[in-house]
Design a protein around this ligand. Structure first.
Ligand code: MTE
Ligand code: MO
Length: 201
């Protein structure tokens, strides 16, 4: 029996439905840290989220503006393209759909680019970010998001590989066409559904 089969048996033994583990992934209780460039030290008091592009009103939300849009809690599994999955991570945050509603989407809006310092970006069809489980996250596992995991504020796009969830997020750009992000320019898949193993193009 190979490594991945043993991992599925271990899930069953823990009473977890192995169907939650996408193909080619293994479960880890750890939470690895992965990113390009240095860990960003972001001060919540001066943090802003810029929302611009194919919207009715460009926004620059402070942390208080963001939280005023209303937070939700959810528990999700994380899947990294480097093959680890972390189950049952508890998040709080503002649904990205509420942020985009506040900006007002133009009828031409079809795609998005999320932005972060150090030229990190990732693109997605608008429909993916509008899913209710996609958050501008403000807390994880009952506390602040650690800086090395993209805190104090990162996005969470849990139905896709984790490179689509942006640490230290600074902006969401709404577009009327698709523009490849940082990893997508380097051969990663445009969408990245872990259950379809959309790792690379
Ligand atoms: N700003 C920023 N966000 C990023 C990245 C990055 O390099 N910079 N890397 C992505 C990748 S490839 C992964 S796997 C996850 C890792 O998140 P974690 O370190 O919290 O596990 O962050 C994603 N978001
Ligand atoms: Mo990744």
């Amino acid at each position: 029996m190979g490594f991945f089969d043993r991992n599925r048996k271990a899930l069953l033994a823990d009473g977890i439905d192995p169907a939650r583990l996408p193909p080619g992934q293994y479960r880890t209780p750890r939470w690895p840290v992965l990113h390009e460039g240095p860990v960003q030290q972001v001060d919540l008091g001066s943090w802003t989220l810029r929302v611009w592009g194919a919207v009715d009103r460009e926004l620059r939300l402070s942390y208080d503006d963001l939280v005023a849009l209303g937070e939700v809690d959810l528990v999700t599994d994380l899947h990294c393209v480097t093959k680890w999955s972390r189950f049952d991570t508890a998040w709080r945050g503002v649904p990205i759909s509420r942020v985009l509603d506040a900006a007002g989407l133009k009828p031409t809006a079809t795609h998005t680019l999320q932005h972060a310092p150090y030229a990190y970006s990732t693109n997605l069809p608008l429909a993916d970010l509008l899913r209710p489980e996609c958050l501008v996250a403000t807390s994880v596992d009952g506390g602040p998001i650690p800086a090395n995991h993209g805190g104090p504020i990162r996005t969470l796009v849990p139905h896709l590989y984790l490179w689509k969830s942006v640490k230290w997020v600074t902006g969401i750009q709404v577009l009327d066409h698709d523009v490849a992000g940082y990893w997508e320019q380097r051969g990663y898949h445009d969408r990245g559904d872990p259950f379809l193993e959309q790792r690379f193009r």
